[in-house]
Each structure stands twice: as structure tokens, then as C-alpha cells.
Design a protein around this ligand. Sequence first.
Ligand SMILES: [Mn+2]
Length: 315
Amino acid sequence: MMNNIISTIKTNQSFIILPHLKPDGDAIGSSLALAKGLEKMNKSVKIISLDEVPYDVKFLDCKDYFVDSIDMESIDIVFALDSSDVGRLEDRKEFLVKPIVNIDHHKTNTLYGELNFVQEDACATGEIIFNLLNSLEIDIDREIATDIYTAIASDTGNFMYSNTTAKTHEIAADLITKGIDVSLISMYLYQNIPLNKFKFNTEVLRQVEFYFDNRVALVTISKELKIKYDCYNTDSIVESIRNIEGVQVAVLIDERNSIAKISMRSKKDIDVSLIALDNGGGGHVNAAGFEVDAGVEAGKKIVIKELGMIYERIS
Ligand SMILES: [Mn+2]
């Protein structure tokens, strides 16, 4: 399958890359690495994203890769990166008019591309891009290495999660030999929270609710709170409540207009991707999500009911 992608790259000239909407470090880092790699092959390439690059990965050299529109007549191939289903690209439907190469590591990927390379055991899409660039014999320079390291660090919780394997560390070691500055990258990723976001996080964390003997922690973020702090980035909140002793599942319900976006994180073998799949979403065993278009209270009911099925069975 990787061979099909390699020949597609070699036989075409003009590409766009679509990271998923509300992109994270993996989506941005792997998109940038692929763009820079393709450029080394003298291909023409742009990344199309309508969302802002999140604050913690803004330090990556984005050059002029990011655009919000392009003449699709001139484009041969569309890469979709780190996107488990077309819903993750729904804000850019007008760009899905050329053959799609779907590269991802979500086990819930719906294989919506003309070519699909979905490697569940890859810790990040960045790992797949690392292998792809090596297969294409593209020199992974310090800058590309920084993009890939950022992608992998983001998706492995800085090498903490169960998707961290020997291979993950081998790739990280390889990237470090390219001259990346690990402590500087870590500072940008983890020691760089904007003050308004810190204050926002603090207020959100005061509102956490506990269910099922404190094994489930849940927090809802209202539109009003986001407006109050001018903060629309909810990163790291669900992880913070997951980090509580005894909490097995952490849930964040984010109010976005009439839609409630539900993010779940779990520990060990509690598979929240099944709950996500049941409700039209997707993800990984320990990190998954879905949307409910009937508001936050309806979303909360659904997720509590789903978790009740797990906990009433266990206890
Ligand atoms: Mn990812």
C-alpha cells in the first residue's frame, strides 16, 4: 500500500494536504513534514486549513504552506492526514474533488480515500510520514525532524501513552540525531500556555463533576466561558482531569453553538472508541470523541448512559 502512495507521489506534480479540522500537533506536524518533503522532490504543495495553528505548535516553521483556498483545477492529489472520517474534513468539502490519499492511524478510520494507508499501530500519523519520507529517500533535515518529533510527542502524550513503542523511541532517536532541540520543543509544547488560557483552564477545572464512585470525571465548557476568557482552545483540560487518582474515564463536553463536542480519555483497557463509534465519532482506545447536535445536556446524558453500561457491568 505504501508503494501505491509512493508511485502516486512520483507520478503527480501538484498536491494539497488537509489536516483534520481543529488540528492538533500530529495533524500540523505531519502535514508540515509531508509538505517540506514533497517540496524537496520539486513538487508543488500547500496545506489547507481553516483553523488557526494551535499556540503550542506555532513555533514550527509554517513558511507559506498554509492557505485557505486554492484553484482545484491545478491540483492532482489531495492528502488527508490524521483524519478518521470525512467529517473531520467537512469544513473543506470543496477541496475533496480530486483523488484522496488517506493517511492515518485511527483504528476507526472509514477508508474514505481512493488510496488508504491506515496503520493502527503507528503512534502518530507523524510516524507514517517518517516512514514514507524515508521510503521516498527524502533527506529528513532538522526542520522536518522537528515537525515529526512534535507530531509524535503530541500524540504519545510526550512518550507516555500505550501507543509509545520501541519503534517510537527508535524514530525519536533518529530525529534527535538530525539535530533537533528536544528541550526547546518541549518548552513550546508544554511550558507555553497563554495566560488567558491558564485562567480559563482554572475556572473550568473548578467545575468538574464526578460519577460512578469517582471513576468518571466530567466537565462541561459553556460558550459563555469561552467568550469570557476569549479562549477557544480546550487542549489539555480533559487530560488534566484524567490525571486524577482513581479516575478511569475523563470526559470533556465542549459547547459549540448547538453542537456538543465530546472528548473522552481513559486509562488502561477501558475502550472509549467504542462509545465514540456508537455515536458517529471515532478515535483510539484511550482517546476518542463524538458530536451531539442536541446541545450539552443531551450530550452529557448520552455519555453518562454509555459509561453506565460499562460501570454497571463492572461493579
Ligand atoms: Mn494523530
